[in-house]
Structures are given as structure tokens and as C-alpha cells.
Design a protein around this ligand. Sequence first.
Ligand code: HEC
Ligand code: HEC
Ligand code: HEC
Length: 191
Amino acid sequence: MRGDSGNGRAGAVLAGVLALSMLAGPVTAKEEFSGHFQLNGDIVPLAEDGIHDPENEAINVLQSPAEAMLDFPRDEWGIIDWVKTLNAGLIAPRTGLTGMERMHTVDFDVIFRNTASMPYVRFPHKPHTQWLTCKNCHPSIFIPQRGANPVTMAAIMSGEYCGVCHGKVAFPPYECKRCHREPREDTGLRY
Ligand code: HEC
Ligand code: HEC
Ligand code: HEC
């Protein structure tokens, strides 16, 4: 069973983490994401956010996120809602290295229906292509064909598919409702 050792280890680590978190009570958004996502009310110096290099002297001239992002809209987890921030015109990201590049925005959604008893997932192209190019996702993360990608929550949680970005540069996979927001056709009372 040598080939399995990687998975076995991951499984053991996961079981350990679960056991620990059960002892300690559930991990809150604040504990899990405070440094990285600069949650509402947090003042996390850049040198301590786990992303920036504390040894680099530029760290001292960068504006503090708490000041720069003071008025940005936040979601119910206290994480900045970048889609609203962009749409409100509070930021104007450069399109590329020179700023002369053009964004190619497309506006169509894909509904994922393999969601067990959860509401369906609505994947919107528009807010994604306001930040990203097609090549960021196609074809390496997603084959551009409806239903062609075997996406599961386990894969997302381990950093694949949506999880390549969500949890790292976009809101984390723990915010179920921001993805699972499309009402199912088959809910409601059954007689
Ligand atoms: C970043 C978007 C996103 C978030 C956030 C998210 N999901 Fe999902 N979820 C998906 C996608 C995409 C699928 C795949 C659906 C498909 O293949 O049709 C999925 C599938 C599922 C499934 C069925 C398949 C499986 O792997 O079990 C369940 C159950 C599920 N999600 C539960 C959750 C729960 C609970 C949360 C919050 C803790 C959550 N999801 C958060 C995108 C998301
Ligand atoms: C953030 C990731 C992401 C970006 C960026 C992105 N897409 Fe997609 N695209 C998806 C996902 C997810 C699907 C659904 C795949 C599935 O159903 O398995 C999809 C599906 C598609 C499909 C198939 C639709 C169908 O009905 O079969 C096309 C065509 C497509 N994308 C074109 C584009 C183009 C053109 C761009 C750039 C302007 C783009 N996408 C940018 C994630 C992305
Ligand atoms: C290549 C990176 C990337 C991938 C892959 C990706 N996303 Fe996103 N997503 C983003 C970014 C960046 C944003 C905007 C920032 C934010 O909201 O945190 C975003 C925003 C969203 C939003 C918020 C839209 C709104 O109007 O508020 C939803 C919903 C979403 N993504 C769902 C998904 C689902 C479902 C998948 C997988 C099928 C996925 N994303 C894959 C980067 C990605």
C-alpha cells in the first residue's frame, strides 16, 4: 500500500485536525482567517499577515490595509466583498502591467446541480472576468464546457477547482451561501 501513503497521511492529519477542533470547539471565521483576510475590526500589520515578506523594507512604506480598506463593503463574515467594492467604484484595478490592456468581460452564468441537498451553485462569469482572463481558468482549471468538470466540495476544500482561488485570493469555501445560492427545483414540502 505504498502508493497510498500520501493519502493516508493527509487523512490522518485531517482526522487529527478534526479531533483537535472538536476539543477546542468549532474554529470561527475570525480564528481561521483573521490575518489573511483582514476581517472587520481587525488591524493586522502587513508584516504579520502571513502573506507579505516582513524582511522586505518596502513593508514600511505600504499603506496599512486597515486604513486603505476602511469603508469597503463587507459580507456577513466580515470579509471584504470585492465584487461590491469594484462595482461601487471604490477601487479601479489596473488591467495589466502597463494599464493599457483591455479586459474581456463575459456575462453568462453556469448552474451546478450536483449539490446533494444544498441549494444549487450559480457560477457567474461576469464578476470573475472583471478581475481575471479566460486563461486563468480555461482550460487548466476548468474545461470550458458545461458539466465537463467533476467538481466536489472535497476537491474545493483541498485547493482544486474553485478552491484554487476561493480561500486564497477570494472569499473562502466556508461561506456556503455565496456559492450555493440558487434555489433547488425540488425543495418544498412533499406530500
Ligand atoms: C466557492 C464556491 C463554493 C462554496 C463557497 C461552497 N461550495 Fe459546495 N459546491 C460548489 C461546487 C461548484 C460544487 C459542485 C457541484 C456540481 O458538480 O454540480 C459543490 C458541491 C457541494 C456538495 C455536493 C457534492 C459534494 O462534494 O458533496 C455539497 C454537499 C456542498 N457543496 C456543500 C457545501 C457546504 C456545506 C459549503 C459551506 C461549508 C459549501 N458547499 C461551500 C461550490 C461551493
Ligand atoms: C474563474 C474561472 C473562470 C473564468 C475566468 C472564465 N471561466 Fe468560463 N467557465 C468557468 C466554469 C466554472 C464553467 C463551467 C464548467 C462546468 O460546468 O463544469 C465555465 C464554462 C465556460 C463555457 C462553457 C459554457 C457551456 O454552456 O458549455 C464557456 C464557453 C466559457 N466558460 C467561456 C469563457 C470565456 C470566453 C472566458 C473569458 C472571457 C471565461 N470562460 C472565463 C470558469 C471560468
Ligand atoms: C482563478 C480564480 C477563481 C476561481 C478558480 C473561481 N473563482 Fe470565484 N471569484 C474569484 C474572485 C477573484 C472573485 C472576486 C473576489 C471575491 O469575491 O472575493 C470571485 C467571486 C466569486 C463569487 C461572488 C460573486 C458576487 O457577485 O458576489 C462567486 C459566487 C464565485 N466567485 C463562485 C465561484 C465558483 C462556484 C467557482 C468554481 C466553480 C469559482 N468561483 C472559481 C476567483 C475565482
